[in-house]
Design a protein around this ligand. Structure first.
Ligand SMILES: *[C@@H]1O[C@H](CO)[C@@H](O)[C@H](O)[C@H]1NC(C)=O
Ligand SMILES: *[C@@H]1O[C@H](CO)[C@@H](O)[C@H](O)[C@H]1NC(C)=O
Length: 429
């Protein structure tokens, strides 16, 4: 296959040299028509020469093939968010041959956005983000048909925004940086069976080799992914949403300033219109995330082969933890129904999402067990704690059997941590 690809590239290159006079003519014609439309800022869509399109996209034709490029051309992609992330997605999809797009964002370009934005200049400051992109992209790809909506995406306005003019998108790209709206948009796309891809936390990340694309259920070591995962789960969505995320762990030297728990708190306590952009962020990272999304969409829609992710094998681990809990219920002679209250997949949630895979007391992540926490309360999400097996034994003896008070057994620090975990769970419930 490699051989053929190179042949195609060489041939295309040769053809492009011979046809360049043709392209010059096309450009001349195009410039003339621009001059005629001098008063209009934006060019009329599809006012182009097929030869120009092919010349400009010769290398993508060589890579994705005729059929692949036909599919790329057919897409109608709706991009929600046109800032640090969305600007890269829009730009590279248009530069790669996508012809039809809708960009939605209510905001204007600010000075500080120049640090991350794909194409905005100082003279764009104060303009609508969507108009800035539309203007810029029309100059790159006169064949593109870009709709720009300077409006906020909301659940209520979703039909009107996304299906404007009766067109159905082939893809929605979530480039929002607010947790609530993000989850609403993902839920909307999922429920309406529209292909979607989303971006997780960019702030505090800096390692380009850790940027990854996976199903939301497979994301790890990313606090924003955890928030999105938990919120979606409470809306009945566990898998089926591809996301770009970074599994880079926070530099421990920064931990006292900004732990991943702090980031989650920041995200869940921000109100609907507050973005996550107050966290420290390196300006190159949004571009990497955006280009990853654009690349993923291009290969996906053109049918370029991609290898599958392996399924995370945590199932056995969760099963063994569930076993520790069932045994405890037997030892305590508690109602059997109580232990079957938590089915296996809920154990996974409790272990991974609520307790982040480790005992809140010792921080150990091996030999784990689940225990009922308060003796006089029913078993529920907010009355179960992940401990080590040794810790479970002590808890069972002193608190659950001998009836000692929690404050007599644990320091206030430990109790605060557990209270915080339960409070967090109430937020998601
Ligand atoms: C945003 O840009 C639009 C159009 O460029 C302008 O009319 C509006 O006043 C701007 N808003 C702000 C808050 O700068
Ligand atoms: C990407 O994420 C998946 C799922 O979490 C993981 O199995 C894989 O190792 C990750 N790849 C990289 C390069 O981090």
């Amino acid at each position: 296959m490699g051989n053929n690809t190179w042949k195609v590239i060489v041939t295309t290159a040769l053809i492009s040299v011979f046809s360049s006079h043709l392209v010059k003519a096309a450009w001349k014609e195009y410039k003339l028509s621009c001059a005629a439309n001098k008063n209009k800022i934006v060019l009329q869509p599809r006012q182009y020469d097929e030869d120009l399109y092919r010349e400009q996209l010769a290398r993508n034709y060589a890579f994705l093939g005729e059929e692949g490029m036909r599919k790329v051309k057919e897409q109608y992609i709706v991009i929600v968010g046109a800032g640090e992330l969305g600007s890269w997605v829009c730009t590279m999809l248009i530069r790669s041959g996508c012809q039809k797009m809708m960009i939605i964002d209510p905001e204007n370009i600010t000075i500080e956005s120049l640090n991350t934005h794909c194409c905005a200049t100082l003279s764009d400051v104060g303009k609508h983000k969507v108009e800035c992109l539309k203007e810029h992209l029309s100059k790159v790809a006169p064949w593109s048909e870009i709709k720009a909506k300077a409006k906020a995406w909301t659940k209520e306005a979703s039909e009107e925004l996304i299906f404007a003019d009766g067109d159905s998108p082939t893809f929605i790209v979530d480039c929002l940086d607010n947790l609530e709206s993000k989850v609403d948009l993902l839920e909307y796309a999922h429920n309406n069976k529209i292909n979607v891809i989303s971006s997780m936390g960019i702030a505090t990340k800096s390692d380009p080799t850790r940027v990854n694309i996976s199903d939301i259920s497979m994301t790890e070591f990313d606090p924003i992914s955890r928030c999105v995962r938990r919120k979606l789960r409470k809306r009945g969505i566990i898998t089926g949403i591809p996301v770009v995320f970074s599994n880079e762990m926070l530099d421990p030297r920064r931990d006292d300033v900004l732990s991943s728990v702090d980031i989650e708190h920041h995200a869940i306590n921000a109100n609907r219109d507050e973005a996550l952009r107050h966290l420290p962020e390196l300006g190159t990272m949004p571009g990497i995330f955006g280009l990853s999304i654009a690349t993923w969409i291009l290969t996906k829609v053109s049918g370029y082969p991609m290898k599958k992710n392996e399924v995370k094998n945590r199932l056995k681990f969760h099963e063994s933890i569930l076993e520790t809990f069932k045994k405890q219920m037997e030892r305590l002679n508690e109602d059997k129904d109580q232990s079957s209250l938590i089915v296996l997949k809920e154990v996974g949630y409790i272990v991974e999402e609520m307790f982040r895979g480790k005992s809140p007391i010792s921080g150990y992540s091996t030999k784990l067990a689940l225990t009922k926490w308060k003796a006089d309360k029913e078993v529920s999400f907010t009355n179960l704690v992940l401990l080590t097996k040794d810790e479970q034994e002590i808890h069972e003896k002193r608190v659950l059997r001998d009836g000692e008070k929690l404050t007599a057994v644990y320091s206030s620090e430990v109790l605060n941590v557990i209270e915080r975990i339960f409070k967090e769970e109430q937020y998601y419930s």
